[in-house]
Structures are given as structure tokens and as C-alpha cells.
Design a protein around this ligand. Structure first.
Ligand code: GDP
Ligand code: MG
Length: 237
């Protein structure tokens, strides 16, 4: 199984060397760091750590991931693993994330921090996750416990999902569309810790509000249409 890793990174020069150093390299073919106009040495430390670097001028987590995927498309892997560049995930747990895919049981595996983690999640992340997962469950009957960034997905499933979100909605869009399209999903517990360096999303007011609004907007946008009581779908007898 060919596995490539994608790391979106914005000003992560302090954390990135540790992240790259902890990736179990025998399991991974390529590591791509998607740099979003970092003002520090993110790109340099990424290259020094053995990663390929792509640059995305438009800010945003999703935009960075899409740029990295376009780079991988030349010679696609079997599986893409997404990982944050802030050292809050534990890259050494990557093989556990791959197991359900290797066993043929799943095409998408979410690393769940609420099943496994101790510290690291802010109260607003916990609340936001709980609301989003409850919505996914009531809309689609799928049982997720997290929208965590550390996740693995087959290249083939990723193509079917046609992801579009260019910022905070990236993770939830993947889970919504996987549920809609019947992509086989699994969760494995992963560990989590406080990041190194400064948070750009959940640790800032702008990031927290932006992410919450985007997640709710996408859940509403993709929600199945509500049928009025007594109405029948078109064409039914
Ligand atoms: N490429 C890119 N990465 C970003 C952007 N914003 C955040 N990140 C990265 O996404 C990951 C998660 O962001 P982080 O600040 O840790 O958010 P938090 O985990 O919610 O506190 C980190 O690896 C960041 O460097 C962005 O606009 N572009
Ligand atoms: Mg983080």
C-alpha cells in the first residue's frame, strides 16, 4: 500500500521538525507540506526534514490541502494521510490509522481525539465537535466522535468526494460527503497534545467563529431535503 502524507502548515517552523521526525518513514512514500505563505522558515525546515513543499498563495486549510493533492495527482498514492503541522497529533500512530484500510474494512479512517486523547482540545473544540457529530448522526445515521485533522483516506474515495472547501470546512465536508456517498468509514482512537507554537484556528476568536460558522453552514448546505409530512417523493405511486 503506497501512503503519502499531506501537512497543511502556516508558520510552523518550531513544530514541523518534530512532526516530520515522528512520521514512521518506512510506511510512507512522500510527505508533502502545503505552505500557505508562511512568514517564518516553514518551507526550509520542511525540506530539511525530508518533505516536498508546495506553495498555495490563498490562505486556508482546505486550499492548502487541495494544492497538495494536485501535486500528488501526478503519481497518486493508494492512501493519503492528513496530519497537522503543529505537533498536536502523534504521527507515530499513523500505522493504527491505516489498519482498517489495510483490512479492507474502511476507505476513510478518522483519528478520534475524544476516543483516545487526554489533553489538547480546547473547550470550544469539544463543544463544536459534539454539535457537529450529533448533526452528522441525526442527518445521516453515521457515528463519528470527532472532526479531527489526523485521518487517512484512499485516493479512490477522495476522488469520489470531490472536496471543494478551501478553509475551515475541509474536515467536515469530507465526513458529510463520505456519509452521503456511502464511503466506508471507521474511527480509531488517537492521542492529542497541546500544540507547539501559536494556534491559528481554535485558539483565536476569528478562527473559532469562522470554523464554527463554516461547519454549521456546510451541515445545513448538504443536509438532505426535509420532506413535508404526507408528501411523496416525485414519481412515487
Ligand atoms: N496551509 C495552511 N495551514 C493552516 C492554515 N491555518 C492553519 N493551518 C495549519 O493547520 C493546522 C491546524 O491549525 P491550528 O492553528 O493548529 O489550529 P487548531 O488546531 O484549531 O489550534 C496547523 O498545521 C496549521 O499550521 C492556513 O491558512 N493554511
Ligand atoms: Mg492545532
Amino acid at each position: 500500500m503506497i501512503v503519502d502524507v499531506v501537512i497543511p502548515a502556516l508558520d510552523e517552523e518550531q513544530a514541523l521538525p518534530r512532526v516530520l521526525g515522528a512520521i514512521p518513514r518506512p510506511v510512507v512514500r512522500r510527505v508533502v507540506v502545503a505552505d500557505n505563505g508562511s512568514r517564518d522558515k516553514t518551507a526550509e525546515v520542511a525540506r530539511a526534514g525530508g518533505a516536498q513543499v508546495v506553495h498555495e498563495p490563498e490562505r486556508g486549510y482546505g486550499a492548502a490541502c487541495l494544492r497538495a493533492l494536485a501535486h500528488l495527482a501526478d503519481d497518486p498514492p493508494d492512501v493519503v494521510v492528513f496530519l497537522d503541522g503543529d505537533y498536536s497529533d502523534h504521527p507515530e500512530e499513523l500505522p493504527a490509522l491505516l489498519e482498517p484500510i489495510a483490512r479492507g474494512e474502511a476507505e476513510l479512517v478518522i483519528g478520534s481525539r475524544t476516543r483516545g486523547a487526554r489533553g489538547g482540545l480546547t473547550p470550544q473544540q469539544k463543544v463544536g465537535n459534539a454539535i457537529a457529530c450529533a448533526a452528522l448522526r441525526s442527518l445521516y445515521g453515521v457515528h463519528y466522535t470527532d472532526l479531527g485533522p489526523f485521518r487517512a483516506i484512499t485516493w479512490e474515495a477522495l476522488q469520489r468526494l470531490r472536496l471543494q472547501d478551501r478553509n475551515y470546512g475541509w474536515t467536515v465536508e469530507m465526513q458529510i460527503k463520505a456519509a452521503q456517498l456511502g464511503v466506508a468509514s471507521a474511527e480509531v482512537p488517537v492521542s492529542y497534545r497541546d500544540r507547539i507554537g501559536r494556534s491559528k484556528v481554535s485558539g483565536t476568536l476569528r478562527g473559532t467563529l469562522g470554523a464554527s460558522a463554516k461547519i454549521l453552514w456546510l451541515l445545513a448546505k448538504y443536509a438532505p431535503p426535509v420532506r413535508k409530512r404526507g408528501s411523496r417523493p416525485k414519481g412515487s405511486p
